[in-house]
Design a protein. Structure first.
Length: 546
């Protein structure tokens, strides 16, 4: 099988918070899992360094767009690397290869007659003397009457045009903009209405999208796909590759989502691979993102691909709901967030990955609380998983002089293990890492019960043979945990392999035991419960200091 995985591209205008990680982590779980199975995987993403958000940040800090983009792209790259994200390529939208490829996509859509010119009215700020990009216009959503920006309402997920907003104002200066005429290119989304309806019908039948994606896409199609502007008067971005359009940029509607294809092209070029191997009708593709990005992946990007004559439409839409913090909605403006650079300084990446998987906002909003995070680490990672591995290997080290007994593994344990691989794998392929982890931790509890019931510390004194069989069975469970948990907590599984001298990583039950334990180190350290109050104080102080 050929597997393509695309992770949404975070805006390089501020640090990542845990909400970003919760939405994007399923992509890495999928990539690691399919590589273990021996499938041909391409996993890409990058930083969105073009467009309005970066310009706003640069204006606020009285610096350049390039400085802001560089700062946050490098920070993103370091955070994803530290969290163990295994991208084949993590790039950026201001890279030369992306600019060149997006311009080629623009010209191809123009040649295929899916782009056309239209004179339109656009918000113009007389004080700042510029046409306002969509996100530079703020006001009231005409549908839900909540505060919204000009391109999209985060409250009701409506896709908007800035002129639809009520009580419009310029985000830069706060003045009410005037409406002036200008010329832009439009993409004929409406031509794909019927094909998108068929596409959605197939998605409903196959149940490969998350429920929120199916519901929102159905709503968009019922409202009818409007043609959308694909050029804008933006301060930074990709130039329209046509004479007479100086100063106009290719807009996010086609520019950012095209990053999946442009990054694939660049990754394949660097590795000497054929990009068409990952962009054809046979490819299984996973698009991993947050709820607010659904229309870009379920309607806009598929329409663009059809406009380019490509049949490799998204097969799986893995769209997360929202992560809240201490029962409150995340707010970057109010500093109500747990920032990724901060949490990585103090906590094990596996602790973060585990908590955001077992509490993943897959079907509903879920909450991050410092209390639950600390208790989850101590009781589940350390108390169940780490304790089973540590006490088994420590006992073998002490009672068997580090030599692992060569005994036949119990058939019932082998059967149970094979079933865990099957069930967990099925859940991962459906996009539910949460259900997969639940299966694996049931297996861990099974191992702990077996150890307690067998009492190897007594067996070796009374009947050494029975004790050795118990320890061989427990070691067998451990070497399989090193495989089963690899997509979720890769740092601790690497520590297990290091202790046992295991090189190979696969997604199938391992029955050959290593001959000896090389060393034993704890997988995790206990977290002091005092950290709960400490972190809550830091969180509240951060809000106070905004």
């Amino acid at each position: 099988m050929t597997i393509f995985i695309g992770g949404a591209w975070p805006y390089a205008n501020g640090s990542l918070h845990l909400g970003h990680v919760a939405a994007l982590l399923p992509g890495d779980i999928l990539a690691r899992y399919f590589r273990q199975k021996g499938e041909n995987v391409l996993y890409v993403s990058g930083s969105d360094c073009n467009g309005t958000p970066i310009s706003i940040r640069a204006q606020q800090e009285h610096t350049t767009v390039e400085e802001i983009a560089d700062r946050y792209h490098h920070e993103f790259y370091q955070c994803f690397s530290r969290l163990g994200f295994s991208f084949d390529l993590y790039t950026r939208t201001d890279a030369w290869h992306h600019h060149q490829s997006v311009q080629e996509i623009f010209l191809a859509l123009l040649k295929n007659k899916y782009l056309y010119k239209r004179t339109v009215e656009q918000a113009y700020c007389q004080k700042d003397k510029q046409f306002l990009p969509d996100r530079f216009v703020e006001g009231i959503c005409p549908q839900c009457k909540q505060k919204a920006r000009g391109d999209q309402c985060d409250h009701c997920s409506a896709i908007l045009d800035p002129l639809e907003l009520e009580e419009k104002r310029c985000k830069i200066c706060g003045e009410t903009p005037v409406i002036q005429k200008t010329e832009h290119f439009y993409f004929a989304f409406s031509k794909f209405q019927q094909e998108m309806e068929t596409y959605l019908k197939e998605a409903v039948e196959k149940q490969l999208w998350r429920e929120n994606a199916l519901a929102l896409t159905k709503r968009y199609l019922q409202e009818g796909l409007p043609d959308r502007a694909v050029t804008r008067d933006l301060p930074n971005g990709i130039d329209v590759p046509l004479e007479g359009y100086d100063g106009k940029k290719i807009y996010v509607w086609i520019e950012a989502v095209s990053g999946y294809l442009t990054a694939s092209m660049e990754a394949c070029k660097k590795k000497g691979m054929n990009v068409e191997d990952y962009w054809n009708e046979e490819t299984i593709s996973y698009y991993v993102h947050g709820k607010d990005n659904i229309p870009f992946h379920s309607v806009i990007w598929p329409s663009i691909l059809l406009g380019l004559g490509k049949k490799s439409l998204p097969t799986h839409i893995i769209s997360s709901e929202y992560l809240t913090l201490e029962k409150r909605k995340l707010s970057t403006s109010q500093n109500w967030a747990v920032w990724v650079p901060y949490i990585l300084q103090k906590y094990d990446p596996d602790s973060i990955r585990y908590f955001l998987t077992i509490n993943a906002p897959e079907a509903r909003d879920t909450d991050f609380s410092w209390r639950e995070f600390i208790y989850s680490h101590n009781s589940e990672l350390l108390g169940a998983y780490g304790n089973f591995v540590n006490r088994t290997l420590k006992f073998i080290q002490k009672a068997m002089n580090s030599k692992i007994p060569e005994k036949q593994i119990s058939k019932s344990i082998i059967t149970t293990t094979e079933e865990v691989y099957k069930k967990a794998g099925e859940w991962i392929e459906k996009g539910s890492g949460k259900k997969a982890v639940e299966e694996i931790f049931s297996y861990i509890r099974y191992g702990n019960r077996y150890f307690d019931q067998q009492k190897p510390w007594e067996q070796v004194k009374v009947n050494k043979e029975e004790g050795e069989i118990t320890l061989a069975n427990c070691t067998y469970i451990i070497i399989n945990l090193a495989q089963l948990l690899e997509p979720f907590v890769p740092y601790s599984t690497q520590r297990i392999r290091d202790m046992l001298g295991i090189k190979k990583i696969e997604w199938k039950h391992q029955h050959t035991l290593p001959s000896e334990i090389l060393h034993v180190t704890p997988l995790f350290e206990r977290l002091d419960l005092g950290l709960i109050e400490e972190e809550l104080t830091v969180l509240l102080d951060g809000v106070t200091n905004v």
